[in-house]
Design a protein around this ligand. Structure first.
Ligand SMILES: [Zn+2]
Length: 429
């Protein structure tokens, strides 16, 4: 893989941190994202647009060599830290990552509001870098940034035997294009935008994880096309998320908000969001439950006998055995393993959901569904397998941690096919 002279020189001069991030692809991804911003935003960036794509998106990597810009990748909450690792590798803790997005988005928006476009573009560069690094195919395995553990599972080819995999997995010259992509407004306040961005970035991380092993296999097979195809798959998703972030910051910084976009932000379905229990976005063994089957929560489906995914269906009629409704947005959960969701401050006022036992699998079960806000009970209901699901509607103003729990209440634990259907956060006056 080709590396620019600048990158080679830097690699020689700078003590190489553990998480260097993709070099040239940073530029290609940022440029692709900038290209789909509306004309007014491109005009607003003006002469900062060029350096944002070629220079500012690398600020967190260049904190030792470019001291003038290092302050745009520094955080007040981490005094004295020049190279902040959590700007390159996602923290396992969602609140840390949320704080990263909140802090730098806030800085960029404030700079724009003061007319300091140059400062704003540099903070935006740091945000681009974070999104791109989190979604890089070589930043995908928690705690194994150089793939020393993974190489024990995937023994290297003779040619790759003594090479560190991090660089080869992500380095290259990529032609990233997302033309036709319409950037999405992520929030009408920094708090909301940062929280929505966090969940968009989760999609980028999961997407990148799907590319890592195919890239390694292609590297072992000296299949350069296979490497690039998979790198592009990660980079394309990253560019879309970067476009959303930049678009939103520029809207907030200029207070230009389309009414239609604001309406679409009034509610958010959270059935596919990762709870805090899935730290690093997977369920560790400690989060497995034993009833109704041995397994872990699933979004959008429930596993019949723990084996076969079937749609989420609840009896929603007042009369038992009445109307059965199917839900796309929802989570199937086990007994005694609550799921906790981080909420943004001062954004949503109401949480609604329909909780019950699966209409076809849960007839012999009985479950208590419990909602907690910051550890305190908000509401609960005991639902019988033959009865209708319970409609929850809770005030969640000031709640920063929402917890959904399900507990067995007698009868047959193997029938406790519990579902939180249609979990939605809403803004209401
Ligand atoms: Zn980096």
């Amino acid at each position: 893989m080709r590396r620019s002279r600048k990158a080679v020189l830097l690699a020689l001069l700078v003590p190489l941190p553990s998480a260097f991030g993709w070099g040239e692809p940073h530029e290609a991804i940022t440029k692709a994202a900038l290209d789909v911003l509306p004309v007014w935003q491109q005009d607003l960036l003006g002469r900062e647009r060029g350096p944002l794509a070629t220079d500012y998106c690398l600020i967190p990597d260049h904190v030792f060599s470019n001291k003038a810009n290092a302050r745009f990748a520094a955080m007040e909450s981490k005094p004295g830290e020049v190279y902040i690792q959590s700007l390159h590798l996602p923290s396992a803790q969602q609140p840390d990552n949320l704080e990263t997005f909140r802090y730098f988005s806030g800085r960029a928006v404030a700079a724009l509001q003061k007319g300091k476009t140059g400062d704003a573009a540099r903070y935006m560069g740091t945000i681009c870098h974070v999104i791109e690094d989190f979604g890089s195919p070589s930043h995908t395995i928690p705690g194994d940034n150089q793939f020393t553990l993974l190489q024990q599972f995937l023994p290297p080819s003779e040619a790759m035997k003594d090479k560190l995999l991090h660089g080869p997995i992500e380095d290259g010259t990529l032609d990233v294009r997302i033309s036709g992509y319409h950037p999405q407004l992520l929030g009408i306040t920094v708090e909301e935008a940062a929280w929505r961005l966090l969940h968009r970035v989760h999609e980028g991380i999961i997407n990148a994880r799907g590319t890592t092993i195919p890239i390694i296999q292609a590297l072992y097979a000296q299949d350069e096309k296979g490497v690039v195809t998979n790198q592009l798959k990660a980079a394309t998703k990253d560019a879309q998320v970067v476009a959303d972030a930049l678009y939103t910051i520029l809207c907030l910084g200029t207070k230009k908000l389309e009414p239609g976009e604001q309406t679409s932000l009034k509610t958010v379905a959270i059935g596919a969001f990762f709870p805090l229990e899935a730290a690093s976005l997977y369920y560790p063994q400690t989060q497995f439950f034993s009833a109704p089957y041995w397994g872990f929560p699933h979004s959008g489906v429930i596993l019949k006998e723990g084996k076969k995914a079937v749609p989420l269906k609840l009896n929603v009629d007042e009369k038992s055995g009445g109307l059965i409704e199917q839900f796309g947005n929802g989570i199937s959960v086990g007994m005694g393993k609550p799921l906790s969701f981080l909420l943004p401050k001062g954004v949503y006022t109401k949480f609604t959901a329909i909780a019950g036992l699966h209409a076809e699998l849960g007839a012999k079960g009985r479950v208590e569904f419990i909602l907690r806000g910051d550890g305190k009970p908000l509401a609960s209901a005991i639902v019988d397998g033959t009865g209708p699901a319970h409609i929850f509607e809770c005030d969640i103003r000031d709640v920063s941690l929402l917890q959904l729990a399900a507990e067995s209440r007698g009868k047959d634990p193997q029938s406790n096919y519990a579902i939180w259907a249609d979990p939605v956060l809403a803004k209401e006056p």
